[in-house]
Design a protein around this ligand. Structure first.
Ligand SMILES: Cc1ncc(COP(=O)(O)O)c(C=O)c1O
Length: 407
């Protein structure tokens, strides 16, 4: 609904966080960008042919055949239980020290972050994030009435020294210390960067010293296309203060809306309490079957190959077409490349021209808690075809050239 159509009739009944964010959408204004003829390099959706339709139909058939009505009950499906076991087993194989009952299923990664926020955040609390960070959760944090402070990101991920300086200054001045640090350490949204091992260790040391929880959003951790894995924060955590979030939105399909939290048992118990309603047991059963009959790993290997080609293609097109003043990240996985125009350019203002020229991206300011980052933008290579990536980056280069000529 358009904000202009609001009659304000119910405003006095709404809770304070709702009244304070009226008219905002969870994901921000990008949903209103409509340019059907432009290359869709804005949305971080998986490409449609990546969805394992036939395998999911086979899995659903098996669930109906073998479990009948149990699969549609509130619980009790063996396949549903196997999903939890499969997630825990994969986590252990990666080196996360956890039992099956430390895995809590959720309705996707965003739902998991929401439940964790409800568990830890009071209005007025301070939350630290990378800046830029995933715009969906920035909007979500707004629902909690918290102060959000962002820290810069470079090619090795979050600038942990900057975090250390701010923590020390806050302690000296008697200012609020963070309750939670939300981070996407691997193939970060929107920059695609990965936090180096020594910075990961340092961040965990700071978490212990200053007593905050680290919320590790690992939405892209399974999507590495080159280079060596870096241990997740959960693997490195010896103190039980990392709360790890995963999702199948990028590795199976967003429509299955299934994610998980892996946390210390005492944290797990409270997140579970805060996340009322549980998950869709039928989907859970289908995914349980899908993840244990070999289809998941097989499809994941194919996804990695397909996304590797798209990333490669994106970087080649950028190299070929962009004017020399423009810079970009070179990720080893995930869905995104972060592009920076020279200082002074405003990618929000340039978006309409870009759409006309033939490309849609997401403007940088959407990813910063203080709406800065005007000269940055996020390109997603996950959804568009290779041809669209080509034409979209050529169009973006034309926009960049005229924008840099103006500055
Ligand atoms: C870092 C990050 N976390 C979470 C999500 C959303 O996950 P889900 O679709 O499972 O809610 C996304 C999707 O774009 C993401 O980029």
């Amino acid at each position: 609904m358009d904000d202009n159509e609001r009659t304000e009739r119910f405003d006095h009944l709404f809770a304070e966080p709702v009244r304070e964010t009226l008219g905002e959408s969870t994901y921000g204004e990008w949903r209103s960008i409509s340019a059907p003829d432009a290359a869709p390099l804005g949305v971080g959706f998986p490409y449609p042919e990546s969805f394992p339709n036939d395998d999911l139909v086979d899995a659903a058939d098996a669930v109906f055949d073998e479990e009948g009505d149990t699969a549609l009950q509130y619980g009790g499906s063996d396949y549903g239980d196997q999903l939890v076991e499969a997630i825990a087993e994969r986590a252990r194989e990666r080196g996360i020290d956890c039992d099956d009952d430390q895995v809590l299923l959720t309705n996707g990664g965003t739902n998991a972050v929401d439940a964790i926020c409800r568990t830890f955040l009071d209005p007025g609390d301070t939350l630290f994030v990378e800046a830029p960070t995933f715009m969906g959760v920035l909007k979500l944090f707004g629902n909690f009435g918290v102060e959000v402070e962002g820290f810069p990101v470079d090619e090795d991920g979050l600038d942990v020294d900057a975090v250390a300086r701010e923590l020390e200054a806050r302690r000296e001045d008697g200012r609020e210390l963070p309750t939670v640090f939300y981070t996407i350490p691997t193939f970060q949204n929107p920059t695609g960067t990965t936090l180096s091992l020594d910075r990961r260790e340092r961040l965990l040391d700071l978490a212990a010293e200053y007593d905050f929880v680290v919320l590790e959003d690992d939405a892209y951790g399974d999507l590495r296309y080159e280079g060596d894995d870096v241990p997740t924060l959960a693997e490195l955590d010896e103190d039980g203060r990392v709360v790890h979030v995963g999702t199948f939105s990028k590795t199976i399909a967003p429509g299955v809306r299934t994610g998980w939290v892996i946390a210390h048992p005492e944290i797990h118990a409270q997140v579970r309490r805060m996340n009322a309603g549980g998950t869709n047991t039928f989907t859970r059963g289908v995914l349980g079957r899908y993840c244990t009959d070999g289809a998941f790993e097989e499809n994941l290997a194919e996804l990695r190959e397909a996304y590797a080609e798209r990333l490669d293609h994106t970087l080649r097109c950028l190299d070929e077409h962009m004017p020399p003043e423009v810079e970009w990240t070179e990720p080893e996985g995930g869905f995104f490349v972060w592009v920076e125009f020279p200082e002074g350019a405003d990618t929000d203002e340039l978006l309409a021209d870009a759409a006309e020229e033939g490309v849609v991206y997401l403007p940088g300011s959407m990813f910063f808690p203080d709406d800065s980052g005007e000269n940055g933008l996020r390109l997603s290579f996950s959804f568009a075809s290779l041809d669209e990536i080509d034409s979209g980056i050529e169009a973006l280069a034309r926009v960049a050239s005229s924008a840099t000529a103006e500055h």
